[in-house]
Design a binder for this molecule. Structure first.
Ligand code: GUN
Length: 295
């Protein structure tokens, strides 16, 4: 058996088509959705992600402001940018690419972003709403992209056993909350670095969401035949056979394809969905601001 492909690229293209109509409607009201992306330092992978976000904005007619700061930037300088952007009327979304250099307090900076402009969905107010089961706010992009892709593929979650590997604030924990929320209704286990018998736990799952950042960790022997496997990992691994000396690997071993019922590819799975959800959050934020102004 070979798994069906959870094609994030195709699903993201569909999301973009729907967004184009909403962007046109905003334009009729004289509004151009506007996203600011700030990156600090020179991590090559982060620059690739940020460039891809900016290019998608351009393609969709979302205005973008792209700010690059050197790795030794004083935290106060970054906070000053955020403070100004919070008050900038024509700006709808602020994204600060993670990770930040170690001398910066990432949580304190996330907390400063105005919740209505928090298109990453990481602000305690937005995450708090999610904990309350309110899934109509600005949701973290990778987990909401995973959910959208599962829905698009017609995968039924109600009553199913889901295992989320990883408990990060960006992916694992919000993904677990969304899978367990009313409407999705899965039964969720969160596994992490201290979990015992992770293979056994995975082997009982109908859905596995792998978000640990460990190349090809999830083995075919861990997966129940026919299970849905979502690979959130995007790891660079050394590969002397490639001209550039490395290749991309997910958190899931390629042999899982022979066992799973569905599998998301890397690249072309969760990555494009994360960006599509960021665009959707930016448009949503612009619509909410418009609607507040017209009340
Ligand atoms: N780094 C990796 N994923 C993300 C994301 O979704 N948002 C931000 N801001 N940084 C990231």
């Amino acid at each position: 058996m070979s798994a069906q492909r959870l094609d994030g690229k195709a699903c993201a293209a569909e999301v973009e088509r729907a967004l184009a109509k909403r962007i046109a409607a905003l334009s009729d009201d004289g509004i151009v959705p506007h996203l600011a992306v700030i990156i600090v330092g020179d991590d090559p992978a982060s620059h690739v992600y940020v460039n891809s976000k900016v290019r998608t904005c351009e393609r969709l007619g979302i205005r973008s402001t792209h700010i690059e700061l050197p790795a030794d930037t004083d935290e106060a300088v970054l906070k000053d940018h955020v403070e100004k952007m919070n008050h900038q009327d024509d700006l709808h979304g602020i994204l600060i690419q993670s990770p930040l250099p170690s001398h910066m307090d990432e949580e304190a900076i996330t907390d400063m972003i105005h919740p209505s402009k928090d298109v990453d969905g990481f602000h305690p107010q937005n995450l708090g709403r999610l904990v309350q089961g309110r899934v109509d706010g600005l949701l973290p992009c990778t987990p909401s992209g995973v959910m959208r892709m599962l829905d698009w593929a017609g995968i039924e979650l109600a009553g199913k056993r889901a295992v989320v590997l990883g408990r990060s604030r960006i992916v694992g924990m919000p993904a677990a909350l969304l899978l367990a929320a009313r409407g999705a209704d899965a039964t969720v286990t969160v596994a992490h670095s201290k979990t015992e018998s992770v293979e056994t736990i995975c082997s009982e799952a109908d859905i596995i969401v792998a978000a640990v950042g460990r190349p090809e960790m999830v083995q075919a022997s861990w997966v129940k035949p026919g299970a849905v496997v979502v690979d959130v990992g995007i790891n660079r691994v050394d590969d002397a056979s490639r001209e550039r000396g490395w290749r991309l690997a997910g958190d899931v071993d390629p042999a899982v394809e022979d066992v799973a019922g569905w599998l998301s590819p890397v690249p072309g799975g969760v990555g494009p969905m994360t960006i599509a959800m960021l665009m959707e959050n930016t448009v949503r934020s612009a619509e909410l601001r418009r609607d507040l102004g017209s009340e």
